[in-house]
Design a protein around this ligand. Structure first.
Ligand SMILES: Nc1nc2c(ncn2[C@@H]2O[C@H](COP(=O)(O)OP(=O)(O)OP(=O)(O)O)[C@@H](O)[C@H]2O)c(=O)[nH]1
Ligand SMILES: [Ca+2]
Length: 500
């Protein structure tokens, strides 16, 4: 047999059908891998957006959230992209000029239009949630509150986004969504079995929400969620009128008992305000809310002198009076006949809890006693000294930190029955991974169904591992085919015979 013929028989590539089959399989595998690569990894990361307006009692904030388009159901993927603080007061302050409520949103909403890419505008949901300021206005005057909501609705509908409604959210929602936000951002739903409780202190209301160690005795305070395959039974309560601005009114109401023959020279010597603080205020400015009693017309026109005396012990004693603990219809209460199981676990305290404690430099490293000492020193500092030292701080805030700080300590200790150990487990926070702590993110996640009840299927391998595995397998298959062709070719006898 000639040598060339011998080579043709031994080398499988010289059989065109084997060569073609192998090349075909290899090409098919390469195409499959390429398709998998293209399908699994878009060339450019695509983001989706959502807008939530937090219409609080003291001000409105517009939050823009963003998340990778293909990872909607993964915990911790939604992040705050931008927060815009609306100029002026909260929307409930526009009760007598409702059209201004809508107008006030313009600057921040125009910003949102620029921030979010144009092609995403029509699919970007916009939600407005109003909290305690609007709850109080609704109690006072339902028609006015509807006019304000209609005004913000009209304004929001002029934008190219997908308007999803403006409403007053309930205190339970405010508490529960704040809890969801904090635990979502901390990635507690999948990573850790333990969740953190949420403490929110606003201007007009305050919320406490946590997973209790015992049964919740009142249905109003109970809320259940199934998130990522786990059941959560929450305790939550929102105290209307116990935000830091409204509770100051409750406190002042107790300090100055207006009577029929009030005169202009009523002087309030206030232990929660600094020595040297001496300001004439109208009774109307204190008694302008449904949280406190109604004044007669003659009383409304009168003034009083608000004089600070800076006595922390007396201030602390006086603040305790705002919590009514004389009656409890349950096995245990926080205050005002509201059921509360014992607090347990860690807490994240945000909004005014943070603003106040951050200013006073009270950190989680300070014990409860140390925090009280810091407050005592602050409260006794003369007003003139403080103004000199903090020229850039808004005077209203500066004057009220003594009251607000003392109220926070008392709310935790006397109101919610925090022990020194619970205090140690409490952190004052503004943001978690650059997203603000508050109810808005949890609200949006819920309304867009971005927190599934069951854990979404997770890929067994990360993307890079998946591609590498495909390539290695393709290579192995090709090698096997080649080796197979070489070693399992037909026995040489018949082949010889054929040739012979
Ligand atoms: N010291 C200080 N206080 C602030 C700051 N921003 C807001 N506040 C005050 O802190 C309190 C709580 O603020 P927010 O959490 O925005 O309250 P809100 O959402 O308007 O009110 P609610 O509707 O009750 O939730 C209010 O009395 C605000 O006036 C700040 O930067 N520093
Ligand atoms: Ca708030």
């Amino acid at each position: 047999m000639d040598e060339q013929q011998e080579m043709k028989v031994k080398n499988p590539w010289h059989r065109p059908h084997i060569f073609l089959a192998t090349a075909g399989i290899a090409a098919a595998i390469i195409i499959m891998v390429a398709i998998a690569v293209v399908q699994n990894k878009p060339l450019q990361q695509k983001y989706k957006y959502g807008i939530v307006l937090d219409a609080g009692s003291s001000h409105t904030s517009v939050y823009i959230y963003e998340w990778p388009a293909e990872k909607e159901n993964n915990t911790g993927m939604v992040k705050q992209k931008q927060a815009c603080s609306v100029k002026g007061p909260g929307i409930s302050s526009y009760s007598k000029t409702p059209e201004k409520a809508g107008e006030s949103l313009k600057e921040c909403m125009d910003n949102a239009t620029k921030t979010i890419p144009k092609h995403r505008h029509p699919e970007t949901p916009v939600y407005l949630g109003a909290t305690a300021g609007m709850r109080l206005l609704k109690m006072e005057n339902d028609v006015d509150s509807k006019k304000v909501l209609a005004s913000v609705e009209k304004s929001l509908q002029t934008y190219p986004f997908s308007y999803q409604g403006a409403r007053i959210i309930t205190g339970q929602e405010e508490g529960a969504f704040g809890w969801i936000t904090v635990n979502y951002l901390s990635e507690n739903f999948r990573k850790a079995s333990r969740t953190v409780g949420a403490l929110d202190l606003g201007g007009a209301s305050t919320q406490i929400t946590f997973v209790p160690g015992q049964q919740v005795e009142s249905s109003d305070n109970s809320i259940d969620f199934r998130l990522y395959g786990n059941d959560y039974h929450l305790y939550t309560h929102s105290f209307l009128c116990y935000g830091k601005d409204q509770v100051l009114k409750l406190y002042l109401e107790q300090q100055i008992q207006p009577n029929a023959d009030m005169t202009d020279n009523i002087i309030l010597e206030d232990p929660c305000f600094h020595p040297g603080y001496n300001i004439i205020k109208s009774f109307q400015s204190v008694f302008d809310s449904p949280c406190v009693k109604n004044l007669t017309n003659s009383q409304k026109g009168q003034n009083f002198t608000h004089r600070g005396i800076g006595n922390w012990n007396k201030c602390n004693q006086a603040i305790k009076e705002v919590f009514n603990t004389s009656h409890c219809r349950y096995s245990r209460c926080s205050f005002n006949d509201v059921f509360q199981p014992p607090v347990t676990g860690r807490f994240g305290a945000f909004s005014a809890y943070f603003f106040v404690m951050d200013f006073l430099n009270v950190t989680p490293d300070h014990s409860l006693d140390e925090a009280k000492k810091i407050l005592e020193a602050y409260c006794t500092t003369p007003w003139g000294t403080l103004k000199q030292k903090h020229r850039k701080v808004k005077e209203k805030y500066l004057a009220e930190y003594c009251f607000s700080g003392t109220y926070i300590v008392s709310l935790l200790e006397d109101g919610y029955k925090f022990t020194t150990n619970d205090w140690k487990n409490t952190e004052f926070i503004k943001t978690i991974k650059n997203s603000e702590a508050g109810w808005t993110l949890g609200y949006m996640l819920n309304l867009t169904n971005m927190i599934p009840a069951e854990a979404p299927d997770t890929p067994l391998l990360p993307y890079g591992g998946y591609v590498s595995l495909m390539l290695v397998l393709s290579f192995l298959i090709i090698v096997c085919i080649i080796l197979g062709c070489i070693f399992f070719r037909r026995p040489s006898g018949p082949a010889h015979k054929e040739i012979i």
